[in-house]
Design a protein around this ligand. Structure first.
Ligand code: ZN
Length: 233
């Protein structure tokens, strides 16, 4: 069996870069997304659009791109009271985490992904978690991922590899990685088709992409873009 991977794909900058990374490496790549009552369906619409554009713009990758799986996890909304699932303004909590944090969300996603990967015969799971900049979600840290890889491999009695190509790079380096993988066409696809903004804003296209320009996700994306563009005009 060819080396095959399942990519956790949300339609954002990071997971789209991870998708390209996986398509460059593996013979067969499938994608998984989660619908857990996000406040903005725009993110889910972007997924479909990004996948279609990848197929169209990169036929070589398109030939490797297999099924897209969408899982509903309604229970997540029931255990969280956050700005992503309820109509509460985004803010930072006293513990330094944004109030969008759903405790253990990434562990839940990876566990569902592992169950699907098992059923689909996919050995690798690729996720865009990153320890370098940003939120400090504890379940996105390298130690958590490594522990989870062991736990899932034991629990499924099958060797699973959790791949995290963005773990130690910042947002500017993520743009650079996209350029390395797919040059300007991929950078342009990510800039115009992916969605990062917490406010779900997609009416104005900035040079770094769509977004409100004010939420932490937009600020991070814009800063990374400017930093990367300043050395790669
Ligand atoms: Zn925003």
């Amino acid at each position: 069996m060819a080396d095959a991977a399942l990519v956790l794909f949300s339609g954002g900058q990071d997971s789209t870069t991870c998708l390209a990374w996986a398509l460059e490496r593996y013979e067969r790549v499938e994608t998984i997304g989660f619908d857990y009552g996000q406040r903005h369906a725009v993110e889910l619409e972007c997924r479909t659009d990004v996948l279609a554009q990848v197929r169209e713009t990169f036929p070589r990758w398109g030939a490797r791109l297999g099924e897209d799986h969408m899982l509903r996890i309604d229970a997540l909304a029931a255990v969280s009271q956050t700005s992503l699932t309820q109509d509460i303004a985004f803010q930072m909590q006293a513990d330094g985490l944004p109030n969008s944090f759903v405790p253990g969300r990434n562990i839940i996603f990876l566990t569902f992904a592992a169950a699907l990967a098992y059923r689909r015969g996919l050995k690798r799971i690729v996720t865009g978690v990153c320890e370098t900049d940003y939120s400090g979600y504890p379940d996105c840290r390298d130690d958590t991922i490594k522990a989870l890889q062991v736990a899932l491999s034991l629990g499924l009695d099958r060797r699973l590899v959790l791949e995290t190509p963005l773990m130690w790079i910042d947002k500017a380096q993520t743009w650079a990685l996209a350029h390395e993988l797919g040059a300007e066409p991929l950078v342009e696809l990510i800039r115009t088709a992916t969605h990062t903004c917490y406010a779900g804003e997609r009416s104005h296209l900035h040079d770094w992409g769509y977004g409100c320009g004010a939420c932490p996700a937009c600020e991070l994306r814009e800063a990374g873009w400017r930093q990367w563009r300043s050395v790669n005009p």
